[in-house]
Design a protein around this ligand. Structure first.
Ligand code: PLP
Length: 364
C-alpha cells in the first residue's frame, strides 16, 4: 500500500497506540474523580497537556481539549464574539467547512467578510484593507488543507490587534508541519489525527485573558469550556505521538519527497495548484483532461491512496477552487499529501502507476 492522503488523516504511531491501550486499560480512571486512582489519571492528563502545549508554543493552562478540530473551530468562532454587539467578522473564502459554515451561521448577527485568495494566498495587505474599528474577530487558517498555501498569520494577528479584534487560526494542517509558536494569536484550533494522534480528539488554544463561552453545556471539564469526560487515553497517546516528531527536521524530510514528486510528475504535464512556497506536506495538481475521481479509483485498485484536490461532488464545485478562481478545474484536481514515513521509492512507484493510468484513461 502507498498512502499519500495524510492531509485527510494520519496513522496512529505504534508507541501512541501502546500508550492509548495502556492508559485505557490500566490508568482508566476518570480524571475528575476524587480518589487516588482519579488523581493518577489527572496527573497523566496534565503531564500530556504540558507536552502538547510545549509543541504548540503556548502555556499548558491555555490548552483546552475537545472532541475534534471541527468543535474547536466552532467554539472559537461562536464563543468569542457577542451576537448582541454585532460588528464585523473577517475570514477567508478558502477555509475548511468547520470555519466556513460556522461563519455562515454568524452572518445572522454580524457582517461577515470572506477574503478571496490572490495567487493562492491571503496576505496581510488584503486583511488590512478590510479591517475596521468594529471588527470583532479575524479567522485565517494557517495552512490550507487543499493547496498547502501558508498564511502569514503572525503579521495578520498584529493587524487585527491594532483595531482591537481577536485573531483565530485554524492550525489543523499547520501544527507540527510548519515550525511555529501559536502564542502570537488569541485562539487556535488543532486536531490530533492529523499529527499521528487518535481520531476524535481536538484542542483549542485560548490565550490567557481571552474570553470564550462554551457552545454546549454540562460539567466543569476543561474549565467548563468542553463539558464531558476527558479523553485521557487519547490525550496521552497524542502527547506520545508528538514527542516522536520534530517539526523542523520532519519538514525537511517531507520537502524532499514533494520535490521528487514534482520532478517525477513533470513529464505528465500537470498544472500545479499548490503555491511554490506552500507547505511541503500538501501537493495539489490538476490533470485538466481527466476526472480526478476516475484517477483516484484506478489508483485505489493498486492500493495507492490520494484525495480529490477539491472537496467537491460532481454537482458542487469545491469552495476552495471557487475561491481560487479555478472552478473549471475543481473536478480534475488531485491532492497528494505526505508524512515522514513515505519514501522516495513510493514516490517513484506512484508516479509510474499514475503515468500508466493516465495513458489508459479516456480524456474528457
Ligand atoms: N480544519 C482543517 C484545516 C482540516 O483540514 C480539518 C480536517 O480535515 C478540520 C479543520 C477538522 O478537523 P476534525 O477532523 O478533527 O474535525
Amino acid at each position: 500500500m502507498i498512502y499519500f492522503d495524510n492531509a485527510a488523516t494520519t496513522f496512529l504511531s505504534d508507541r501512541a497506540a501502546k500508550t492509548y491501550a495502556e492508559t485505557a486499560t490500566v490508568q482508566y480512571a476518570n480524571s475528575e474523580s476524587l480518589h487516588s486512582f482519579g488523581f493518577a489519571a489527572s496527573n497523566l492528563l496534565e503531564n500530556s497537556r504540558r507536552v502538547i502545549a510545549q509543541k504548540m508554543g503556548v502555556k499548558p493552562d491555555e490548552v483546552y481539549f475537545c472532541g475534534c478540530g471541527t468543535l474547536a473551530d466552532n467554539t472559537a468562532l461562536l464563543g468569542s464574539v457577542n451576537p448582541k454587539r454585532g460588528g464585523r467578522i473577517i475570514t477567508t473564502a478558502f477555509e475548511h467547512p468547520a470555519v466556513l459554515n460556522t461563519a455562515k451561521k454568524l452572518e445572522e448577527n454580524f457582517e461577515v467578510i470572506y477574503l478571496k485568495p490572490v495567487n493562492g494566498h491571503i496576505t496581510p495587505e488584503m486583511l488590512a484593507d478590510v479591517l475596521t474599528e468594529d471588527t470583532r474577530l479575524v479567522s485565517v487558517m494557517h495552512v490550507n488543507n487543499e493547496t498547502g498555501a501558508v498564511q502569514d498569520i503572525r503579521a495578520m494577528a498584529l493587524l487585527a490587534h491594532r483595531v482591537g479584534a481577536l485573531f483565530h487560526t485554524d492550525a489543523v494542517q499547520g501544527f507540527m508541519k510548519e515550525p511555529f509558536g501559536y502564542s502570537c494569536v488569541d485562539l487556535a484550533s488543532f486536531s490530533a489525527h492529523k499529527t499521528h494522534g487518535p481520531k476524535g480528539l481536538g484542542a483549542l488554544y485560548v490565550k490567557k485573558g481571552v474570553n470564550v463561552r462554551p457552545i454546549y453545556y454540562g460539567g466543569e471539564h476543561e474549565k467548563g469550556l468542553f463539558a464531558g469526560t476527558v479523553n485521557v487515553p487519547g490525550i496521552c497517546a497524542w502527547a506520545q505521538a508528538l514527542t516522536e516528531q520534530d517539526a523542523e527536521k520532519d519538514r525537511k524530510t517531507v520537502a524532499l519527497l514533494k520535490e521528487r514528486m514534482l520532478m517525477r510528475l513533470a513529464p505528465l504535464c500537470p498544472i500545479t495548484v499548490s503555491p511554490e512556497d506552500g507547505s511541503p506536506y500538501i501537493l495539489n495538481v490538476v490533470f485538466p483532461h481527466y476526472i480526478a475521481e476516475n484517477i483516484i479509483h484506478a489508483l485505489s485498485m493498486r492500493e495507492m491512496y490520494i484525495s480529490s484536490g477539491s472537496a467537491c461532488s460532481s454537482r458542487h464545485p469545491g469552495a476552495v477552487f471557487k475561491a481560487l478562481g479555478l472552478e473549471q478545474y475543481a473536478k480534475n484536481a488531485l491532492r497528494i499529501s505526505f508524512c515522514t514515513q513515505n519514501t522516495a521509492e513510493e514516490v517513484d512507484t506512484f508516479c509510474d502507476a499514475l503515468g500508466e493510468i493516465l495513458s489508459k484513461l479516456i480524456k474528457k
